[in-house]
Design a binder for this molecule. Structure first.
Ligand code: HEM
Length: 336
């Protein structure tokens, strides 16, 4: 065989190999996505960033027809990164700060002794509104955190089967419990808004750091002190933002364009992380952080001396109501 022949045969063999190698690409270009059986990998490979695979739907919102869109995947990775970082910072940050506060300041105790006289702080209806809002918020926060952090924290620990079961149930709960939260939020607003209007007393309370950092310091306060007013308004504004954005995420047709929907999802995640930080601090101070505080929400009444130390002006208002300056306030009764 002369050199010319050899070169011709080699060229032909190279051509066959090249054709074989390019065959899948050619196949990808001619993919028929509605064919009975489609190789998903080949189909995905063939998609450009701005293309998508869509199906046929009969509901008005045509965006719901999109099945696979590479653009959304890269967007999701970016969004998950931001919301994940903020969520971890909120939870870990709150726990570290409160842990340090507890080590330095310890539990805030009642300076005087318990008086043995109990006074009504919150009616049954006020407590119902609080626990409806609080209980639903906790469910929403945990199921929401699972959506953001579950894959990296719970999945490796529980395995795919258990993780997908709890995540599917968690998502359903998240969608429905949101309504209970909205009702609790509205009721709490109605019962407490009049006690949460900022006034002069708040400036003095803030100037003395609320007496939180020093033993024996008790700046005067009405039914709610300045710190509680901050919590109240954070819950009302943050809760409203979460409710409105959550409603739009449930019904994307009212959210606007796809980009608007994606923006709302990021806002929802960021507000949820911020409010969780504040609520972790609230739960700490309302339970283990301060002696006697939990009684107000658990039983409805508190010790008179606790009330005099933390809400002296409120006790005076109640005493004025009952007529005599030194009489125990209305709705007071000896402890059983
Ligand atoms: C286990 C969880 C919780 C505990 C132990 C708890 C405890 C308390 C207590 C003891 C009070 C009354 C304080 C007082 O007498 O002055 C209170 C008030 C309040 N709570 Fe909670 N709470 C919890 C969860 C929540 C959640 C999740 C929210 C909101 C989403 C919330 C929102 C409020 C608001 C707005 C007030 C009135 C203002 C204030 O005291 O800061 N609470 N809570």
């Amino acid at each position: 065989m002369n050199m010319k022949n050899l070169a011709r045969r080699f060229g032909a063999a190279l051509g066959v190999v090249t054709l074989l190698a390019l065959a899948p690409l050619a196949q990808a270009q001619q993919i028929n996505p509605t064919a009975e059986s489609v190789n998903a990998d080949v189909l995905l490979e063939a998609l450009q960033d701005d293309q998508m695979i869509s199906g046929r739907i009969s509901i008005p919102d045509q965006r719901a027809s999109g099945l696979i869109k590479p653009d959304n995947k890269s967007w999701r990775n970016k969004h998950t990164g931001l919301v994940r970082t903020l969520s971890i910072a909120a939870v870990v940050g709150a726990v570290v700060i409160l842990g340090l506060f507890y080590m330095i300041r310890g539990r805030i105790m009642i300076d005087g002794k318990m008086s043995g006289i109990r006074i009504l702080r919150f009616s049954a209806f006020e407590r119902f509104a609080h626990w409806l809002m609080a209980g639903s918020f906790i469910v929403l926060a945990l199921t929401g955190l699972n959506l953001v952090l579950g894959r990296i924290i719970i999945l490796p620990w529980l395995g795919e089967g258990a993780f997908s079961t709890i995540t599917a149930w968690g998502k359903v709960s998240h969608n429905y419990v949101g309504w209970a939260f909205m009702v609790g939020l509205i009721l709490s607003f109605i019962v407490w808004v009049s006690h949460n209007i900022p006034d002069k007393v708040d400036a003095k309370w803030i100037a003395q750091g609320g007496g939180i950092f020093k033993k024996g310091v008790h700046p005067p306060a009405k039914k709610f002190n300045a710190g509680q007013k901050v919590i109240f308004w954070s819950v009302m504004l943050g809760g409203t933002a979460l409710s409105v954005s959550g409603y739009m995420l449930l019904f994307p047709i009212i959210a606007g364009t796809e980009a608007d929907w994606q923006f709302i999802q990021v806002v929802h995640g960021i507000v949820a992380a911020g409010l969780s930080f504040i609520i972790i601090a609230h739960i700490y101070i309302g339970s283990v952080g301060m002696e006697g505080a939990i009684d107000a929400m658990a039983k409805g009444d508190v010790d008179l001396n606790w009330a005099k130390e933390h809400h002296s002006l409120w006790v005076e208002e109640m005493q004025a109501d009952s007529g005599k300056k030194d009489a125990p306030p209305k709705a007071a009764h000896p402890a059983e």
